[in-house]
Design a protein around this ligand. Structure first.
Ligand SMILES: Cc1cc2nc3c(=O)[nH]c(=O)nc-3n(C[C@H](O)[C@H](O)[C@H](O)COP(=O)(O)OP(=O)(O)OC[C@H]3O[C@@H](n4cnc5c(N)ncnc54)[C@H](O)[C@@H]3O)c2cc1C
Length: 535
């Protein structure tokens, strides 16, 4: 039976292991790149390696900027900070961060009653309503006219509807899972300062050459100031450039462009309103979708689209129209995205982390989770003392499974749309380039059989847990047409929605407005945060 459990063995964060023996061949690690990936890598590796006397150095180019977007997280970011012993009260104000209950998907489906749905972060409390949700969804798939839209079954969705933060009063007996929204630039600066304080070395320099030894491993990098820097192990965090993993080691790249069409984005901020929402909103646009992310000082907005279907100018115009900024001087940032993954995230003495290892478009804000997952698994292998080829293969399989499972979940958003307004949406709905596990999952769902075995046994479950698959398929309204529904049997109609509404309503009384809760955390303006963290 599916439960509210979000945990998946592939996601488990490793615990510090003071007795672990890192192979003596590794005495120095060089991380090239100082974006979110570079500094998250520095922090996680510092935690595991500095106590063992291993040196860590970050090299960051003063001429290549960071991508500077990436403002939404999954609940796993909480584990990242917890494990490093960094309190919310410290990092959240520094990064203008807010709490996130999940994501609303607006206008992705035109099926009556299913024009919008919420993908919640599941919680312990949802164990009280998960059985009812799955029961009703299964009954509706089987043709019974019972209520099966996900929004009325989850506490996170009840909270986000009222702009409540997912942090209950002290006496509330259930933990509630949540993610965050944050300013990506401030996050990088915060982590940089922390990493340096913990003993990571930092050099501002542009790497212009990567030199291999006679075996083909990376031996040194050469900076444009002519300095040669060597290490036993290198971490490529150079973003889409993939300077070490792709350009130097020639690790093959598997493109996902045949089932994820979006390759571009345009972003611009808007002012906050009266309240601070506790959700990301993803709205279907003509040739892609737009995000709206609340921070403490502004909304981050953007339009992710496919350049095969519209130009950058058209996309910017449509986004401005959507945001009411048609005549505004607010500048827009245009970005290109490379969607797919390398075949080997760990290749020879190099680990690729972040955009250099691959990227699945940001619809479910999973990129920082990939960074965490890539690193925590690597530390696990490192501490097991096994750096051989077989270990590398097992490791790469694990990371690839995570990529494939997540890719399939994102593809499902596009494949199950029934919009007919543009060629973009029609092409997505008719796209037959689906992985075998995903095709099987759709067959099972449409034939009324359980999707649980498919999700748990296949790579699909390495990306998302069962309840998320139920949410997306039910939320998009993948049920028999309304005219084909019949009256439910007594067994099918055994759960009363009024009881669930009541439970969630009473539970929500234990939570406060996001704005009010954040006011309790001493807040800094963007300028103050910059001054403090730009040492
Ligand atoms: C439109 C969009 C929206 C996104 N939204 C989300 C989201 O909501 N949630 C999420 O988790 N992720 C999101 N992401 C992804 C997220 O932004 C990235 O995964 C994250 O910021 C990590 O980026 P990075 O550090 O790998 O690369 P970058 O930020 O590009 O950093 C690259 C670093 O490498 C350095 N560098 C490059 N070349 C050299 C060189 N030759 N020598 C030395 N240094 C060099 C640069 O100076 C820079 O410091 C989004 C991405 C895009 C494109």
């Amino acid at each position: 039976m599916p439960t509210a459990t979000l945990f998946n063995y592939t996601f488990s964060l490793t615990q510090p292991n003071p007795d672990a023996h890192v192979p003596p061949t590794i005495r120095k690690v060089v991380i090239v790149g100082g974006g979110s990936a570079g500094w998250m890598a520095a922090m996680m590796l510092a935690d595991a390696l500095l106590p063992k006397g291993i040196e860590i150095q970050v090299l960051e180019s003063p001429v290549v900027g960071i991508i500077g977007v990436g403002e939404g997280s999954t609940p796993w970011l909480r584990g990242f900070f917890d494990k490093l012993g960094i309190e919310e009260a410290e990092w959240m104000p520094a990064c203008n961060a807010t709490y996130k209950c999940g994501i609303t998907f607006d206008r992705w489906s035109t099926r009556p009653g299913f024009e919008s749905y919420f993908h919640p972060f599941a919680s312990m409390l949802d164990n009280l309503t998960m059985t009812q949700f799955v029961h009703n969804v299964n009954a509706r798939v089987a043709g019974a006219d019972v209520y099966a839209h996900p929004n009325r079954f989850f506490i996170a969705s009840a909270l986000s509807e009222q702009n409540l933060a997912p942090k209950p009063n002290r006496n509330f007996p259930f933990d509630v899972w949540y993610g965050y929204h944050f300013d990506a630039v401030l996050l990088g600066q915060f982590l940089q300062k922390k990493a340096i304080a913990r003993g990571v070395k930092y050099t501002s320099c542009h790497v212009k050459q990567v030199q291999l030894d006679e075996r083909g491993d990376i031996a040194t990098v050469v900076t444009d100031a002519g300095e040669t820097i060597g290490a036993d192990f290198f971490v490529d965090c150079t973003g889409f450039a993939g300077l070490l993993i792709q350009q130097t080691l020639k690790t093959p790249f598997v493109s996902f462009s045949n089932n994820l069409f979006n390759d571009s984005a345009v972003a611009m901020p808007t002012p906050l309103g009266e309240d601070i929402p506790s959700q990301t909103v993803s709205t279907a646009m003509k040739h892609g979708w737009s995000w709206k992310i609340p921070l403490t000082e502004r909304f981050g907005n953007g339009y992710v689209y496919s350049s095969a279907f519209c130009s950058a100018d058209e996309a910017e115009r449509e986004l401005r129209e959507h945001l009411g900024l048609l005549d505004s001087p607010t500048p827009a940032r245009h970005l290109k995205m490379k969607i797919g993954r390398v075949t080997k995230h760990w290749n020879r003495n190099c680990l690729a982390v972040g955009l250099s290892q691959g990227f699945i478009e940001p619809l479910e804000a999973t990129a920082l989770l990939f960074i965490q997952h890539t690193l925590s698994n690597f530390v696990e292998f490192l501490e097991a003392g096994d750096l051989g080829e077989a270990a590398q293969e097992r490791y790469n399989q694990r990371v690839n499974d995570h990529f494939e499972g997540t890719r399939d979940y994102i593809v499902t958003h596009f494949k199950t749309n029934n919009r007919t307004d543009t060629e973009y949406w029609r092409a997505n709905a008719s796209n037959g380039n689906l992985s075998e596990p995903l095709q099987e999952l759709f067959r099972m769902w449409l034939s009324g059989r359980s999707i649980v075995p498919d999700v748990t046994r296949q790579t699909l479950g390495r990306g998302y847990p069962v309840f998320s698959w139920y949410c997306i398929l039910a939320g998009m309204g993948i049920f028999p047409e309304p005219e084909r529904l019949r009256a439910p049997t007594k067994k099918e109609a055994r759960y009363k929605m009024s009881e669930i509404d009541n439970l969630l309503h009473r539970s929500a009384l234990n939570f406060r407005k996001q704005k009010e809760l954040l006011a309790d955390i001493p807040r800094k303006t963007a300028e103050e945060a910059l001054q403090i963290y730009l040492w």
